[in-house]
Write a protein of this length. Sequence first.
Length: 604
Amino acid sequence: MRIVVLGDFHMDKHDQNTTAQMIEDINSVKPDLVIPLGDFGTNKNIGLVEGLKEAFQHLSHLKSPIRPIIGNHDLHFEMGNYMIEKGTFAKAFMETFNLSSTYDVLEFPSYRLFFVCNDKMPEDIECLCVQECYISEEQLSWIEEKLMERPGIPCLFFSHAPIATTGLRDIPEVHIRSTNAYLNQNFNPFKLMELVKNYPEITMWFSAHYHLGHDHQDAYSKRNGTHFFTTGVHSHHTRDGNRHSRVIDILDDAIMVSTLDHVKRGVKEEPDWLMNKSITNLIGSQPEIQTRVKQNLKLPSSKEATFIAHCRLGDDRLIEDGMMSFIDDRYLLLTEKGYLWDSNMEHGCLMGSYHVGKTLDAACATEEYIIKAQSGNLSFAKSRDPRKYVRDVKADSFVHVKSPGKISAIHALTVRVFAIGIRDRIHIIELSKKAKCHLKSVMKMEFLPVSIKGDSEELYIIDSNRHLFKLNVPKGNTTQISSNEVKAMEMKNDVLLTIEDDGDNLWFVRRKQGSIVTKSSKNIHLPDNVVFKILNENSVVIKIDNGIYLYDFTNEKVTITELLSGDFDFGEILVVESNNKRVLLTEFNERGHKDNTYIGSWVF
């Protein structure tokens, strides 16, 4: 059995020859089945019946059976305040291809082919993105019922967009920003991976949507025993210059996945993926797999830390102190390109951005509110508001308040009360349940505040000279408590912990109510560009060159443990300790690949 999988069928109105050549390429490899993964037509007509007709004029020249599925753009005129009646495209789609249903399964003696199709959204569900990749509960139930009918039989799945947590390469500023990177991204996206975990029969899953070719190391991934593949595009709508389709060969004693290159007009000699055993060996075993491209992302090495997950930032980078804890296993990521990503590091994926536009000056989050600052504007939204993600710079659901000046630091005192550094002053802002903002000035400083810690009684502030101050909030008076260069500051159980450099030595200082309790110096001499993160009253995590280390000050002699190392450039780091679990997050990329940045998480 030979199958050709076509990615997004976007066409160029003024270059029909490219699509005609693609049809010739497919016919030349003589497939038994062709599976187009949706998004039919030219830009103007995609989502309309006219776009489907445009695509079919070419697809009708195929010499093999066709089993297409519907993509997200095919239904975008039927989403939200829809322009055409819901069901219009699906009706024309089934009539055009002589189908009884948009989704289906083809049965073979030793394997099954599942076609997962984008659905129209019910009227009672709010449409948050008109290009949503939505799969209905009805279809999900049907899939599970069908899986139970033939236990132990390998299943190949085909969908327009991938499911969440596959690790396939995406483009965050395009798809994740739009919240349509994964199937049901706005509606319990992790349910489909649970389906994969529960049914080992789901052995392979092919998707498209990202318009990326097959030569990237994460164009293929393996999660929970299932092999996931991205599929490119045939036209000039490519985002990386490649124009690829997938070729699947299912043989008696092997299964092979190759690339049909529409630029070079043929199948690449070396397969992308090869297993020299029958397809039934993909269930419940770990057969040897050969891959053309180094498919698995290289990770920093560690003997002391256990890898959890990673997500991709692409060619973006975090700003200084650009990672912060949010809710559960979620973290906020502030980037140079002006995004405030919500990352779920339990599952290893970005879920959406709370900001699109110019780089933020500061941000903070609690279980109730997201608060951000940029160019003298303070903005906030409720953390659990389904409309909180910003998909377009002109469509922001945050409440915006003009501040007295540029905001340099934000620190949460409670879930609704924040300390904010504005110019040379510290302000306290309270957000009411009705999302009203009350602002009062507490203290004037000689220099710009850059970091704030503490509570509603006492605040500790690092200014732009890296000096440390204590602020009595009720009285509004301030005291300078250190003239050393403060490298890092953290509050743990009412104890202020700082790393300070007096020019000769590096000190680990513990203070209560502003007074020094202990002060440790271990004659540590470190290079420049070191990043410090305080873990607890005895430990500091330090990023040095191409390694991340845990420094323990419990005993007289400091204990140093290497957490991560390798041929990587490490960026920002964050350490979190809670529920007897210590988590390290770091920004990293392979040396020399700054255009491909990841955020990884480890337990240590």
